[in-house]
Design a protein around this ligand. Structure first.
Ligand SMILES: Cc1cc2nc3c(=O)[nH]c(=O)nc-3n(C[C@H](O)[C@H](O)[C@H](O)COP(=O)(O)OP(=O)(O)OC[C@H]3O[C@@H](n4cnc5c(N)ncnc54)[C@H](O)[C@@H]3O)c2cc1C
Length: 326
């Protein structure tokens, strides 16, 4: 997927750079139009809540409403994508692209979506969501855990909205990612109780469960990923405790702009070339040999996983790794 971008490197770099400087960019044949002129004042922050639950009486709905209220109280502009209410299309198909396909006989969604994004040919629903993403400084994903992941409708939002060129490129990924000035947080309800997701629990370590979404989707696009808000086994939590949990979520949102993000491995540690296989450099490996555990949940290097890597931004393991590397 990424390999195909190399030929259009210059164009993608220009588009991505412009994107990172402007809240509204439309690219046509690699010519950049900055649609929002004038100074971007930062008086009020903009937050996008991407919300996936079918029922307005659900706990997810309550958590979403609490977030919306708390952020508005702070003076934030809150954009909401209520995916089921919008009947948001979950599958990435050729219907997402209008106009002539680049390779109609050999349809490749990623390449066609990137070309369509550059030329303003992506479907209206995707374009509207992309404008919301561009405007937002923080994105909250509010959802019930489905099969250790997001519900299909939210996965579809990720597949279709975070498209190649718009949200990532070979040049701009991970800590060099296009959205590196934006924050994102997963706010999740589960059926399982917390201990089921301990490292000796039946569901396995929650840090492993969160890795694909937090690293593979959000951090890959550059987002500063804040520690997840997890409402464990919410249907089996007594009503008064549920109220306390919602109050804690409200309180957290008051200080969310000052939160330190989770730790990920910096691109600087890797040989970012095809010859080097995008693997840790030998210098980095040598330094990290003394570490008692891997760098992250994913880059464990065959060592014990760094505890709480995907759940706590302030953690001893991250500090140890950072001390070794500096
Ligand atoms: C397809 C599928 C896959 C799943 N996969 C997993 C999985 O992999 N792992 C896992 O752990 N779970 C899984 N689950 C379970 C799922 O994650 C939970 O059912 C879900 O998280 C519960 O959240 P909810 O908002 O739907 O809860 P609800 O049942 O809507 O809410 C819980 C309780 O909170 C109450 N409530 C609503 N509003 C308020 C309020 N304002 N204040 C206080 N209480 C309130 C509700 O009345 C209800 O009693 C799966 C479920 C499905 C359908």
């Amino acid at each position: 997927m990424l390999l195909t971008q190399v030929g259009t490197r210059g164009c993608i770099r220009a588009v991505s750079t412009a994107l990172r400087h402007s809240p509204r960019v439309v690219s046509r044949d690699c010519r950049i139009t900055v649609a929002c002129s004038g100074k971007h004042t930062m008086a009020a922050k903009t937050v996008l809540i991407v919300y996936a639950h079918q029922s307005p009486t659900s706990f997810n709905s309550a958590a979403h409403k609490v977030a919306e209220e708390a952020l508005k109280e702070q003076g934030c502009k809150v954009l909401v994508s209520d995916l089921y209410a919008m009947d948001f299309q979950a599958s990435a198909t050729r219907k997402d692209i209008s106009g002539d396909l680049k390779e109609p006989e050999n349809f490749k969604y990623g390449d066609e979506a990137m070309a369509a994004w550059q030329e303003g040919r992506l479907s209206k629903d995707i374009t509207e969501e992309q404008h919301k993403v561009e405007e937002a400084e923080l994105i909250i994903f509010q959802f019930p855990l489905y099969w250790f992941s997001v519900p299909a409708i939210m996965k579809g939002w990720m597949d279709r909205v975070l498209s190649q060129g718009f949200a990532f490129s070979l040049q701009y990924m991970y800590d060099n990612g296009i959205f590196k000035d934006k924050k994102a947080v997963l706010s999740i309800t589960t059926g399982a109780m917390e201990s089921m997701f301990f490292s000796d629990g039946i569901s396995g370590d929650i840090n492993v469960t969160l890795w694909p979404l937090q690293n593979g989707v959000l951090h890959f696009c550059g987002f500063q990923v804040l520690q997840p808000q997890i409402f464990w086994s919410i249907a089996h939590t007594p009503p008064n405790i549920r109220t306390v949990l919602l109050d804690a979520w409200r309180a957290r949102l008051k200080g969310i702009w000052e939160e330190k993000p989770l730790s990920f491995a910096s691109c600087a540690l890797f040989d970012l070339s095809f010859q080097g296989g995008f693997r840790l450099t030998s210098e980095a490996k040598e330094k990290l040999n003394v570490a008692p555990y891997g760098i992250t949940t994913g880059q464990h290097m065959g060592k014990p996983l760094p505890p709480n890597n995907q759940t706590k931004s302030e953690n001893e393991a991250a500090k140890k790794i950072s001390d070794i590397l500096t």
